[in-house]
Design a protein around this ligand. Structure first.
Ligand code: XMP
Length: 317
């Protein structure tokens, strides 16, 4: 009988056998899969697991600090790397979505490799690969067309000559969540929406600047907090705000404003392959719109995205 508790006991035992006294390095992102995988490996081998968590400057508001604190509470041996400035430098002048993805993916790998080398004697690479990833990476070799390249840590193992440790390879997402809860990982982290590797960089249309990241983080934070407060967060598959490269005229008091527009996106979906725009209540949208416009100077207009996938995609880039 499959139960989270049995899975945990069996996996820890298997990991201890497989890893022995070797050392494992792993990039963790704050997402469900990498967190659950790292926690399992950590329960098996303790300090011989070295985790790396990178602030790429396009995380959500306060995400770096919050996630790092959670990791410490979970007892993970984690090193936080604040690389914001490096990412902003590389992103400067880049407005093409695929170029932004490539820049972020490459810099991430460079940073990870550099940090991983500092741990002497590491021979294994931990990854939060789950069963649907295994299937998906098989189809990559087929005739399928890449519409958007997804850069997570897929490029890492080949370059680094490390063998993989992937304790979640046989699990579906709902099973990963159950295992995570059983391991004592906070519900808040376990029930997080998926968040793309290139983060807010692909939700800022066109060139990414630190100022735009700050605007979008604040708008997005208001939106996501409101979704949670109104018990809507769990009813959608993914939600977030997008900063459009459009300025329009508004009025604030007796002053004319000329500021950016934010689009709110929320979709229902089973696997992200197809998605419907979520019919969020008008009252809710009105409150979020008011709060963003009243408290985020630099944004004077909020719109709601009513496009489904296909033919639109979930992200705007
Ligand atoms: P689209 O926009 O293709 O998104 O409908 C489908 C799902 O994939 C996520 N996504 C990404 N995830 N790197 C990622 O790790 C990426 O470059 C990327 N692009 C899209 C998106 O958030 C949604 O969950």
């Amino acid at each position: 009988d499959w139960t989270p508790a049995h899975f945990i006991t069996d996996t820890i035992e298997a990991l201890q056998k497989r890893i022995g006294s070797e050392q494992v390095v792993m990039a963790i992102s704050g997402g469900v899969d990498s967190t659950v995988a790292a926690t399992l490996i950590s329960r098996a081998i303790g300090e011989n697991l070295h985790c790396i968590f990178v602030d790429n400057g396009v995380l959500r508001k306060d995400e770096y600090e919050t996630v790092l604190a959670t990791y410490k509470k979970l007892g993970l041996n984690v090193k936080g790397i604040d690389a914001k400035e490096d990412f902003y430098k590389k992103l400067k002048g880049k407005s093409d979505p695929e170029k932004k993805r490539k820049v972020i993916g490459k810099l991430f790998i460079d940073i990870f490799q550099k940090e991983a080398k500092k741990f002497k004697g590491v021979t294994l690479l931990g990854q939060g690969t789950i069963y649907p990833d295994v299937i998906e990476s098989v189809s990559v070799h087929g005739p399928s067309v890449t519409i958007k390249s997804h850069h997570n840590v897929g490029g890492l193992p080949k370059k680094m000559h490390l063998s993989l440790v992937e304790p979640l390879r046989s699990l579906f997402k709902d099973e990963v969540r159950k295992v995570g809860l059983e391991l004592g990982i906070p519900e808040e982290l376990i029930s997080r929406h998926p968040f793309p590797g290139p983060g807010l960089a692909i939700r800022i249309l066109g060139e990414v600047t630190e100022e735009k990241v700050d605007l979008l983080q604040r708008a997005d934070d208001i939106y996501v907090k409101a979704l949670k407060e109104h018990k809507l967060y769990a009813t959608v598959w993914q939600a977030g705000a997008i900063l459009l490269p459009v300025k329009s005229v508004g009025v604030m008091g007796d002053e004319r404003t000329y500021e950016f527009t934010v689009a709110l996106r929320a979709v229902t979906s089973v696997d992200g392959m197809t998605a419907d725009w979520a019919h969020l209540p008008y009252d809710f949208l009105a409150r979020v719109s008011n709060e963003i416009i009243n408290s985020v100077r630099g944004i004077n207009r909020v719109v709601y995205d009513i496009s489904s996938k296909p033919p639109a995609t979930i992200e705007w880039e």
